[in-house]
Design a protein around this ligand. Structure first.
Ligand SMILES: [Fe+2]
Length: 312
């Protein structure tokens, strides 16, 4: 088509999309083209602004490595990861769900660990915590034999992949639910943490005057054939950033009680002094068990990054 008007461009691209043999591809691609072109029209995007956006997207890819995923971080910071999760879980957004965004820090293949075991694999600062989690189906029956992958930060706010001072796979482990759908393990209580701001995600946060903190949480991933694989996170109810999570992840179903036990004997005799407990329930739905491609695959060899905190 010879382009005569600005509307001709949109029509020409949509006509090409129609040639694709896959109906689902056509549906996604035509919606993307329609909304992208509408976005440019609504924002009256200038050429300079368009070049700036292209540079931003290019740098999202250039900064993504085996141990860091700037693309997933960016999707979370714009609320897209949460939106996709809520559109696809809880009976397609009709009911409350314990599903949550995957985040950029899931690594596949964390060590299989017996229930009751510890996921502290090298000396790690933080108060001891004992976690119990139960998995049920949406009819209320316990789900036995589900694989539950767990990962979280140390008390100073670093995942092991960001921190050469932690052992490989520290604070990560995979458990299997027993007949009552129960897993249990010990670890150290995680801290809230600032997401990295050395790249384009940080630039957008600064431009909006936003802080870069996530409330303290533990990540879970529940996987069993016959059920939709569920990523989840359980957030600490007393965290000051619960209402303003930079990744927009906190939902009512995922606010957990990290309970301090100041003067009680701990479940493990090795632990003296104060400790925390967390008990939480997850509900998984029937569906296809599918593991996404992990956002990262390894551990950084660079010194751990500076803790950079933006003020809102
Ligand atoms: Fe996290």
């Amino acid at each position: 088509m010879i382009i005569r008007t600005e509307q001709d461009v949109t029509n020409a691209v949509l006509a090409e999309v129609e040639r694709a043999p896959s109906p689902r591809f056509r549906e996604i691609m035509s919606a993307a083209v329609r909304h992208l072109h509408a976005f440019a029209r609504e924002a009256k995007l200038t050429e300079a602004e368009f070049h700036q956006i292209c540079g931003h997207i290019a740098r999202l890819g250039q900064l993504t490595t085996a141990s860091h995923n700037e693309v997933v971080l960016s999707a979370g910071s714009m609320g897209l990861s949460s939106l996709i999760c809520l559109l696809n879980n809880g009976d397609h957004g009709q009911t409350e769900t314990t599903a949550n965004l995957m985040g950029p820090f899931w690594r596949q293949g964390s060590p299989a660990t017996e229930n009751g075991g510890s996921i502290v694999r090298s000396p790690t600062v933080g108060d001891p915590i004992f976690v119990n989690a139960w998995v049920r189906d949406n009819g209320g029956s316990p789900v036995a034999g589900a694989q539950v992958d767990v990962w979280h930060t140390s008390a100073d706010g670093y995942y092991e992949n960001q921190d050469p001072e932690q052992a490989d796979m520290n604070l990560r482990g995979t458990f299997t639910t027993d007949e009552t759908g129960h897993i249990w393990f010990s670890s150290v209580k995680p801290a809230g943490y600032p997401i990295p701001i050395s790249g384009p995600v940080g630039e957008l946060l600064k431009a909006q005057g936003r802080h870069n903190m996530r409330p303290a949480h533990i990540h879970f991933m529940i996987h069993k054939p016959g059920y939709k694989t569920q990523f989840s996170q359980v957030y600490s109810a007393d965290d000051p950033h619960l209402e303003t999570d930079v990744q927009f992840g906190v939902t009512q179903a995922l606010i957990g009680q990290y309970v301090l036990h100041a003067n009680e004997p701990a479940p493990s005799p090795d632990v003296k002094g104060p400790w925390y407990s967390l008990d939480h329930h997850f509900i998984i739905e029937p569906g296809e068990a599918h593991l996404p491609k992990p956002p990262i695959t390894g551990k950084s060899q660079a010194p751990r990054p500076q803790r950079a905190v933006l003020k809102a």
